[in-house]
Unconditional design. Sequence first.
Length: 624
Amino acid sequence: MCGIVGYIGTQPAQSILVSGLEKLEYRGYDSAGVATIVEGNLDCIRAKGKLHNLRDKIEFATNRAPIGIGHTRWATHGKPEEYNAHPHTDTQRRLAVVQNGIIENYRELREELKKQGHEFRSETDTEVIPHLICQCFADGADTLMVAVQQAVHKLSGAFAIAVISADYPDELVLARQQAPLVIGIGEGEYFCASDTPAIVQYTRTILPLENGEMARLTRDGVEVYTFAGEKVNRTPRTITWNPIAVEKQGFRHFMAKEIYEQPAVVRTCLEAYLDLDWTPASSKSPFKLDLPESIYKDLENIQIVACGTSLHAGMVGKYLIEELAQIPTAIQYASEFRYSPPPLVPNTLTIGITQSGETADTLAAVEIEKSRRQNKDPKYHSRLLAVTNRTDSAITRVVDCVIDTHAGMEIGVAATKTFMGQLMAFYFLSLDLAHRRGTITPARLSEIITGLKVLPSQIEVILETQEKYIEELSHSFLDTHDAIFLGRGINFPIALEGALKLKEISYIHAEGYPSGEMKHGPIALLDAKVPVIAITMPGKVYEKAISNAQEAKARDSHLYGVVAASDKDATEIFDKVLPVPDVDELLSPVLTVIPMQLMSYHIAAMRGLDVDQPRNLAKSVTVE
Ligand code: M6R
């Protein structure tokens, strides 16, 4: 949440900062601002709302200052108004600070600083930082680096900050504690950003700051220190991915492009994790997950922690692991787990799922699991696995091993292709576990592997045959205020995911229920104005799911069915059918989620909403 950028070099900073902020807008878009140093003074420009409002206020031709910082905000403390936009300054407007995170002790600091004569102009937690740095100078700090260092010792919470000062016009100071911050190294110019896409068009040489580290960027180079002031030697690395991946490539929205990239995500995962030449006669494992043996040894329990869409992928994962590998698997919201973790049980694998790798709750849950299992009997030692789309992210530095979801950069706030990558991770993990433990027959394994291989072309069939139809259907949701999604078994999480997608981008109230639960209360909500979208795929709960859908129809609900293409009875049961190719029930979530994504996308687009940047949301949730 919130994106920060910084630049020091020889080029005009403002355009570099704004172009960096464009790439970070997915992290928040309540307001934006930039500060530069012009002829010994700070020039700070801020605007409420999306970045284009800031862009309209900047006169790029007149300010050629070669140093500056910028920010795009997701409001935590204080309304999304211009006076709360970053950068924030000290009373004399000599220092400017941008921050991503939350300063938890800002109230005490603010009261203390007010007593010392500092004048506050915003409702934010961040504003204490420039005043605090200013106070550190008043108390004797003799360089910007020292003043910032003294200030960060007084801050508690998770934060990444960038600081410039009109009195130190040739340096940019950074500090990182539990929020991402990466430095970009050019020739005679240096960058910083919350995420690499903001700087990749200028340099591919990067240096991520670690927790508890600070950096001083000048035109001569980068110095990294710990908060305690010890110098740190770090070797930069080169990133290889292509910036074209973050363009829309002819699609109207990133979300549409990302929905269409899902066959490729599945193909990439198949190539990465499956020996495509494997046959049941082979004595070798078909899987190439490359996890350490310590993950598997005497494994008795699995627990999964995640948030939002990642949690839904984990729910499918629990189903797969229990069904295929027969390992009891618990799943919990990471935000609940971190404050009420279950009692410790031995030989447990903990899986944190997060596409961004930086969701604060998921990160905290995994860290808690790591620390509470230290110094215990070896069978209680932690085994930590991250399923993530960002192999350079914070969670990867906490866990023992990672499964990369290989989805490529996802920009749309609504997760689609990363969910697909997460599902793939769980297919391969659960099958790998089942194969090792002998809980699956070679014939069944071969059957599922064959099914996995045809999934990309089956997704393509849905995209080719259903999209226009779903676009037309979306018009019937013009006046919809509430919708219900139903699924059973392995498709219950897909009902939840369908409801989440609809809520977050079309602002229609939607709930997902296990079909069998409807009659225990939620059925009272149904009438002709509440459409019901039911997933009824052939398999062990088919008949039950059909009966539950009919119960909804009997209450006058307009009934949509996500059904198998071969289901000839479907048109009699449902008012509208959304057919997907016939598929093994175990693999069906990969297909049933596609109509859900297309529906929510087209309903939101038809309503003229901002599909990629829905209100109140951000792509990376780095605060609690
Ligand atoms: O980066 P993460 O996977 O940890 O993010 C978790 C949720 O914030 C995320 O899935 C959110 O629910 C999405 N907006 C869903 O589309």
